[in-house]
Ligand binder design. Structure first.
Ligand code: KIV
Ligand code: ZN
Length: 528
């Protein structure tokens, strides 16, 4: 199907959220979905409706609230999955069901234990079923990159005949190299007779670090939808990063124009993305998922526009383009300015948070505003990064809190045994205090909390980061813990990193506790 630009399909909330510990609650997903719509993505893959009641609710809520882009739910090629996706998408203005089944022999033989003919029949039957609910149906032959091309052509021809409007070609395991990915798309264009009735999409993982390059080659050969995530978060080494792909098309527009049938000097954008929203979206996703962006990350890393070498600094001062291929302002990056102060009111506070993409409930806003005032008393200069830290911290606290940290006190020093005393309010409303010693103050706190909370878990990651420079900076603590092979994250921000550490732990325990209360009905990880 002809499209005159590249469609951006964002899967941050589905494949991105699949990376260990990045799990988001419905409110957080909605905040991100709203920001994705401001960013200008064409499709939001909001989740996997059948996977759990939480996923279903998130897809349904986003479908209801975000009206100006296509909202998509993933579904295995299984009737119950497709029914759940269709139900969750009922309120959507533009619903899409994305169904998938593996087509590589290695998956057929060892995972699905089905023949090629059986898989072909299932794919057609499930696309037909999805088509009974929505007009817009996407089909993915999972592990397409390692599938026999002849069989792949046969499956694609059949699902397009059954009504698939987008056929997505996943490199599920991140195996292909750029030229090979390009050739795969070329082969599909040449050998699938009805390919002009569907959009060719690509989906890739970054195991070999070439995910963006692969997509750029695929676009040259005719792919017109790209499946990407913000900051490249996702399964294992992540997915193709939206910001890299979009900025490559933006900065090198004249190179790509002819591949879309335009004159090289056309100034028409190749995507619908408002690039000035990129940095804000990256920050929002990073603070809500707790997935820190590496400083040297292309486009959105803290050092992406920093020049350390004297020669480079000299050149940039004389003429920016001597060492810069893009202006940081194009992605909406601004120096960490002071934005609010002690005398700023609630209205200005809310407005700035909204500009940063945070739309807090009244209760969250009240708590966040109190914290802002406390911080403004301690610290004269409040920056966007401080506000993000406070807002994402408040969003971590669910409206119904099971465990609430009431008090934490630590004694430590070079001749002391680190000892912590904590008071936690339990789901029953009872307050319980306990104490423990540890190898350090944080270890002592976590042991004391464990004595009170008694939810078995294993701490797998603990990271502290300073939000801004200076001795009065807010410290952000991100932790991940494991229970029954699932990872739960928590983060918190405070000028006192000991308090932030305790709060982050309690936030993660609340997520774990909530998950135990609402055990997901089906387990679906094996096919995704
Ligand atoms: O990586 C993959 O193959 C996927 C599919 C579900 C599209 O995420
Ligand atoms: Zn994937």
């Amino acid at each position: 199907m002809a499209t005159d630009r590249i469609l951006i399909f964002d899967t941050t909330l589905r494949d991105g959220e699949q990376c260990p510990g990045a799990s988001l609650n419905t409110d957080e997903k909605l905040v991100i979905a709203r920001q994705l719509s401001r960013l200008g993505v064409d499709v939001i893959e909001a989740g996997f409706a059948y996977a759990s009641p939480g996923d279903f609710e998130a897809v349904q809520t986003i479908a209801k609230e975000v009206r100006d882009c296509v909202i998509c739910s993933l579904a295995r090629a299984i009737p119950a999955d497709i029914e759940a996706a269709a139900k969750a998408l009922e309120p959507a203005a533009h619903p899409r069901i994305h169904t998938f089944i593996s087509t590589s022999d290695i998956h057929l033989e060892h995972q699905l234990r089905k023949s090629r003919a059986e898989v072909l029949d299932i794919a057609v039957a499930m696309v037909t079923k999805a088509k009974g609910y929505v007009e817009d149906v996407e089909f993915s032959p999972m592990d397409a990159a390692r599938s026999d091309p002849e069989y792949l052509y046969q499956v694609l021809t059949a699902v397009i005949a059954a009504g698939a409007t987008t056929v997505n070609i996943p490199d599920t395991v991140g195996y292909l190299l750029p030229e090979e990915f390009g050739q795969l798309i070329k082969g599909i264009k040449e050998n699938v007779p009805n390919i002009d009735r569907a959009v060719i999409s690509v989906h890739g993982h970054n195991d070999l670090g070439v995910a963006t390059a692969n997509f750029l080659e695929a676009i040259k050969q005719g792919a017109r939808q790209v499946e990407v995530t913000i900051n490249g978060i996702g399964e294992r080494a992540g997915n193709t990063a939206l910001e890299e792909l979009v900025m490559a098309l933006h900065v090198r527009r004249s190179y790509f124009n002819p591949f879309l049938g335009r004159p090289a000097d056309s100034t028409e954008p190749l995507t619908r993305i408002d690039t000035t929203q990129i940095y804000k979206t990256s920050r929002l996703v990073s603070s809500l998922t707790g997935m820190v962006v590496q400083p040297n990350k292309a486009i959105v890393g803290a050092n992406a526009f920093a020049h350390e070498s004297g020669i480079h600094q000299d050149g940039v001062l004389k003429h920016r383009q001597t060492y810069e291929i893009m202006d940081a302002r194009t992605i909406g990056w601004q120096a960490n300015q002071i934005v609010l102060g002690k005398h700023s009111g609630r209205h200005a506070f809310r407005a700035r948070l909204q500009e940063l993409g945070f739309d807090l409930h009244d209760q969250e806003l009240n708590r966040a505003f109190l914290r802002f005032k406390e911080l403004a008393d301690k610290k004269k200069e409040i920056t966007d990064r401080d506000l993000e830290a406070i807002a994402s911290d408040e969003m971590q606290t669910p409206l119904v809190v099971n465990f609430r940290l009431e008090r934490v006190q630590v004694s430590c020093g070079d001749h002391e045994i680190p000892t912590a005393t904590v008071t936690v309010r339990l789901p029953s409303g009872e307050e319980r205090t306990d104490a423990a010693t540890g190898t350090g103050p944080v270890d002592a706190i976590y042991k004391a909390i464990n004595r009170v909370v008694a939810v078995p878990n294993r701490l797998v990651e603990f990271a502290v980061q300073s939000v801004t420079a200076g001795i009065d900076a807010i410290g952000e603590v991100t932790i991940r813990l494991e229970h029954n092979q699932r990872t739960y994250s928590g983060h918190a921000a405070n000028t006192d990193i000991i308090v932030a550490s305790a709060q982050a732990y309690v936030n993660a325990l609340n997520r774990l506790y909530n998950a135990l209360q609402h055990q997901p009905t089906p387990v679906v990880t094996s096919q995704t």
